[in-house]
Ligand binder design. Sequence first.
Ligand code: PMP
Ligand code: GLU
Length: 397
Amino acid sequence: MKLATRTTKIAASPTLHMVATVKALKAQGETIFDFAAGEPAQHSPECVKQAALEAIQGNFTKYTAVTGIDDLKDAIIETFQRTHRLDYDRSKILVSCGAKHTLYNFTQAALEAGDEIIIPSPYWVSYPDQIALTGATSVILKTEEASHYAIDSALLDSLITPRTKAIMLNSPCNPTGSMYDQHTLECVAELALRHDLLVVSDEIYEHLVYDGHQHVSIASLGPDIAKRTLVVNGASKSYSMTGWRIGYAAGPKDLITAMGHIQSQSTSNPNSIAQKATVAALRDGQSFITNMRQELSAQRTLMVDRLNAIPGITCPMPRGAFYALPNVSALFGRRHAQGTITSPSDLAHYLLTEAKVACVAGEPFGAPEHIRLSYTPGLSVIEQGMDRLASAIQALE
Ligand code: PMP
Ligand code: GLU
């Protein structure tokens, strides 16, 4: 069959592909130490489940307003007000089927062939492919491990051309765990204002920050930058609700309206029950986040310390999100019975087959010297998984 050319510009999500591979191996009875999945291990909060049950019992099971129910929009508006002192009205909020869908709606509504959008690398795997589907070009802004993946504003400035439409931010970042401080965000905001650019700020990990680091939303820096920023967020990570599929955006009314039109011709409204459940999460889920953050913080330290104790691996301490991104380039050239490790993909494959440890290779994140491990499983799984990983690496010649 001759498929549309756009299908050749993208691949299936490598993170979800790894998740599926691990699930298939587990279904065959294998024990896998799973550090691939980009989702918390906790069950969704009780208040969320209760609200969903009530929605079902109350027959809240029909189409809703395409862009989200008012109750949820109001809970989102209250949340922005509480966490960032940002004021939005309902016309500036769009609820979608996960933040991935929010971002897809954005790319479809804002980008077209000839446009450029600047993405700091390493980046989340779905950004370049969603952008590629529109015909626009991702312009990569390299950031360095040595400086905690900070944005160099002079470098950013040098990448801006008359075709630049937007800058993409993701803080805390998947996969690096880095966060942008207020000064960096002020520099980005100044450039966005000077060059008339949109900023897309993916803040889905905003509550998962450690060691006293504070998340700053670029939109909170002033009304001028707020007017040209699309803030993206969702229920998946903070409330461990990955399966419910609720994401949302707040931003300029014309952009939100256009994204809503795309949604209205593709998915219609997000799931009615999940919308009710997310109202409960936003209003009553704060203690859930506090507990999960504490657990993740201890898991993070254990994993990163264990990784750094392995000769050939170095791993900076992430500040937020729930991923470790060790540099494994010192292992390139080492051999095992089946071949030689020449890339993160080779290593990820070796670790899965030899150690039953699942991680995601760094290449599709723009991290060609790294692998990504989620520290979401509990402490004992991390201990055992790191033992296995260390032995497998020691066994390399
Ligand atoms: N942005 C980032 C940076 C992510 O890591 C994810 C995780 N999948 C998403 C957006 C999308 O999350 P979801 O679609 O589950 O809301
Ligand atoms: N964002 C998560 C990850 O990076 C979930 C999988 C996905 O949607 O890509 O692993």
